[in-house]
Structure formats: C-alpha cells, structure tokens
Design a protein around this ligand. Sequence first.
Ligand code: URP
Ligand code: ZN
Ligand code: ZN
Length: 477
Amino acid sequence: MPVSAFDLVIRNGTVVTATDVFKGDVGVTRGQIAAIGQKLAPGREEIDARGKLVLPGGIDSHTHIEQLSAAGIMNADTFESATRAAAFGGTTTVISFAAQHKGMSLRKVVDDYSVLAARGAMVDYAFHMIVSDPTEATLTRDLPALIAEGHASIKLFMTYDKLKVEDETLLDVLAVAREHKALVCVHAENHGMIAWMGRKLLAEGKTAPKYHAVSHPRASETEAFTRLISAAALIDQPIMIFHVSTAEGAAIVGDARRQGLKVFAETCPQYLFLTAADLDRPGLEGAKFMCSPPPRDKSDQEALWAALALGDLQTVSSDHAPYRFDASGKLSGGPNSTFKQIANGLPGLETRMPLMFDAMVSKKRPEFAGQALQSFVNLTATQPARIYNLAGKGNIAVGLDADIAIWDANRRVTLTDALMVGNTGYTPFAGRTVKGWPETVLVRGRTVARDGATVGPPGSGRHILRTGGWAAEPTGG
Ligand code: URP
Ligand code: ZN
Ligand code: ZN
C-alpha cells in the first residue's frame, strides 16, 4: 500500500481567496492546509471538486446562541442546533456572546457559556463578552484577566433598558479595552429616542409589528454612531459598530475611517435584503421580521452595498438572534402582543452565506464587478478573521486550518421554513431562490455537512482563543 502524502486532497477545484481565483488541489494533513498546487500526491481521502468552487468556510462574527435576552426569553438555538445551521450554510466559525446580565460575575458567565459551547458546538467558536454590569470587579479584575486568556472582544449596548451603558460607563469600558488590547463592539442606537417613540406610538394605539420600525427613527442610529465614535476617538480605542442599517450610518462610518479613526463596521443580510415593509403583514406575522435596528428601505440597501464595496463596512454577519414564532419566543406576550413585547432578532446563520453568494456572485451585484468571488470571500471570511484576530482562520493558505466550503455555483435552492436545520422554525427569507450552495463543508479537514445533511458531531468544535489581544490593522479596508 503506498503511503498517502495527505490525510485529504480536495482535487481539481477552483480555489478562491480574498485576492485570487485559480484551479488547483488542496492537501490537508492533521486538520491544516499542508499544500496547494497542481497534481498533488494522493490523499488517504479524496474529494473530487472538479467544476466546484473551493472557498474558505464562512466566519459569522455576530451570533446569539443559547442566550437569555434582557427580557428573560431564551433564544431558540443551542450550540448544537446553531452550529448545525452554521455548517449547513457554509459557516465554519462563529463568534457568539457570553452575555452578562446585571448582578452576574463576568468570569462565571464566560465559564458557563464555554461549557455549553464545548458540549454542543460542531464548528469552531469564540466569544464576545457582553458587559452590562461594569462593576469595579468586572472592570479591574475580570475583564483584564479574561482578555489575557483570549477573549479579545467586548460587546456593549447603548440601548435596551437592562443592558445599556451610559456615556461615562462607555468611556470606562473603552479605557479598559485600550489598556488590555480588546476590540469593543457596540449596538449603537439612541435609547431615549426609541423609548420616547415607543411610548408615543403605544399611546396612539399603534401596536402592530410595523410600528417597531417607526419606533427606531433613523436619527437614533446616526446620533448614537456619532456619540460612540467621538467617545472612542477620545480614548483612542478601536471599535466595531454592529449592524449598520441606514445610508447615513454607513456614511458616518466612512467619514470616520477617512479621518483615520479606528472604526470598523458590519451590516447584515436583513439590511441588504429586507425592508421595513416586511414588518407590515397581517396579524403578528410581521414579528418574524422584527430586529433592532429594523430593516429600512431600498435606498438604504443600495447605500449599504456601496459601503461594502468601498470598504467603509468590512464584514457581513448574520446577527443570528433566533426566537421561535410561538409562545416560547416571539409571541411570549400572548396573541395580542404589542411590538414592545415581541423579542427582537432574526435567525440567519444558515442563510447568510447562500444569500450573499447569490447576490454577489450569481446575480452579479455591479459594485463587485470582476471581483465578485474574492469580495464574497473577503466580506464573509477573510475580513472577520483579521478584524477579530481569529488565528488560522478565514483564508486558504498553507499552515491555516482546513476550514473549507466546496460550493456548487449552479445549484438552485429555494429557501423555505422546512429546509432550515436550526431550531427557530422559520426563515425571514422564505420563498427566495438562491443560486449557489455549499455542498461539502469541512472544519479542520473534518466533514461537518455534505449534500444538505450535517454530520457534526456535537462537541467537535474548538474554542478559538484570541490571545495576544486585538491585533488587526485599524484602517485599510
Ligand atoms: O434585534 C436584534 N438584533 N436582536 C439581538 C440583540 C441585538 O440587538 O444584537
Ligand atoms: Zn445589536
Ligand atoms: Zn446582535
């Protein structure tokens, strides 16, 4: 028996990175990419990728998994079901949240989420630490130690009654992050405007889901972005602005970056493919499309695509925040829930990559002409790996983890509730037909999904610790 040179060879595919597209073979040994070239020696296992695209697995850097909302509603996915959905949709690494609520020890929160993820995850993972109770012990003891241990990013909320930090506390956390080299990610909306609008709408009897969008005025985004960017500049601390939803928001981020400020930003498929009109459905059906900030309008979609192409926005995450459309989730306030009682968030882990591939590669969004495949890889894998310091991830190169999705660019799939493998029970993108599907998905050389079936197993995902602190370049796209 000849000795195989590699554990696995992915042969004759079209390999795509953020900068290149070329035909070749990828050799994998002990979970890492050992060689890239033509006519590689045999592998113990071989995958014939002729006619297929060999892409880095997706990195979804904003996902809520097994997380209790501030209103006390448990989201629908466990680490097992969420990472099954990730694998199914071509994503091989997720960053989810270790979510502190008031009165909780941040250390215990991180330990508890680590146990849940170690038990269930079938793709690799890391955590952003949500800080909602920045006590002396959190700021001076737990945060510095946890950052040093590899949890190199913090998440803050500027809205939500039970989670929000005020300006002074925002500065405290930015200063700790600067000292210990963590990235600070922020949900930036003006809380007062949203609360005031909500009260006013309810007083007028306007309770339907569509009023959720009205209650988050565009100015709530621009005001909070401006205040946040000013605070971060004062401390000279890099920030990541989550889920940019408006044209004005994207412009503020772009202007800040052009001034040399250390500002990153993401958007999500819900802001690229949905609009506020989706919330206007009979009964409470619009609740399925309710997230914060809300989807806006067509002109915002166009501006966000332009900002992605320009590099003003650097990543597209799902902000997967799954709540079932029943009494355990969206409808926990009963059949007459007002928009204020309905949990915010959409499922998106399994649809993010196919939706983006379809729009950028198959439907050829004009902003990415000539660079569609590379830009898709850049926005969904390479940039998130770089920005969040996920060593070994986000690219196809010798020495990196063999996190690979093999795509059939011609396969058409209609997204339906029944197709979804996560626990949410619906997708807000139901009815859309996408062209392009990740048919084989590998995490560190191990197959986790093939032909629509996920093969796990739970617990095989690895915790990616980001030691050495935050290391990405602050500017440069
Ligand atoms: O509506 C959303 N996005 N819910 C999840 C929590 C958050 O705001 O990120
Ligand atoms: Zn948010
Ligand atoms: Zn979120």
